[in-house]
Design a protein around this ligand. Structure first.
Ligand SMILES: [Mg+2]
Length: 236
């Protein structure tokens, strides 16, 4: 048993020395889930569907969540089955109050020390991602944002989304690490050889997904609850 005062250098650190490409999900990954930003987006999605598909809020909520489960994102289902205009939808649902998030110096310095390229890989839109990154003080730390348009409106966890990012970003997935709060979104990343890190915030959203209970977390290399602390601790 290790003595309690074991120096830091003796504790094995997660080894990320092979990683040169860092993929970060945005919502509930780069800011804490308890800031409830995503809850605002969720509510605005229900509201949009209620108005545009002329249904009750309850029916809209059910449709929204069934599309999320089946297609990876609500928008993907709305485009396929209801002919919803993606631009109007994205503008509406991301028009939210960001005052709950503030710059986190520990996270900024943790991301600044990562070697190689840092990408945001999100099912949301670029405008929302830029607003959030500005607010978090991370705009300069990120090399590129892969948003839902860049993904051709094919969201995570559809494998095609990951292949698009790897091809367009021109990197070897075996030298990439992906950080995500939704466990199911790490499955294709793992299958392609990426190192996967799940930020388990304990929410229902993060664990939701029909495949999830069946795969017993084999696709998760690291399960964490504090991104900044973890990034400071890894070997790079
Ligand atoms: Mg997320």
């Amino acid at each position: 048993m290790l003595p309690l005062d074991t120096p830091d250098s003796d504790v094995p650190k997660p080894d990320f020395r092979h990683v040169h490409t860092w993929l970060f999900d945005l919502d509930n990954t780069l800011y804490p889930a308890d800031s409830n930003l995503f809850a605002q987006i969720d509510e605005r999605m229900t509201d949009y569907i209620t108005r545009h598909l002329a249904m009750s809020a309850e029916e809209a909520w059910r449709l929204q969540h069934s599309y999320y489960r089946e297609y990876g994102s609500t928008l993907s289902g709305l485009i396929r089955l209801n002919g919803v205009d993606p631009e109007a939808f994205l503008a509406y649902v991301h028009d939210i109050d960001l005052s709950a998030i503030t710059p986190d110096e520990t996270l900024i310095t943790a991301i600044d020390r990562l070697p190689g390229r840092r990408f945001v890989f999100t099912n949301g839109c670029r405008h929302h991602a830029k607003r959030v990154l500005d607010r978090l003080g991370l705009a300069e730390a990120v090399d590129k944002i892969w948003d839902i348009r860049a993904l051709g409106f094919t969201p995570k966890p559809q494998t095609e989304a990951y292949h698009r990012v790897v091809t367009a970003g021109d990197f070897d997935p075996k030298g990439a690490a992906m950080f995500e709060d939704m466990a199911r979104n790490l499955m294709p990343a793992y299958a392609m050889g990426m190192t996967t890190v799940w930020i388990n915030n304990g929410s229902q959203w993060s664990q939701q997904g029909p495949e999830y209970p069946l795969i017993a977390r084999r696709h998760i290399h690291h399960e964490i609850d504090d991104l900044a602390e973890f990034l400071h601790a890894i070997r790079i």
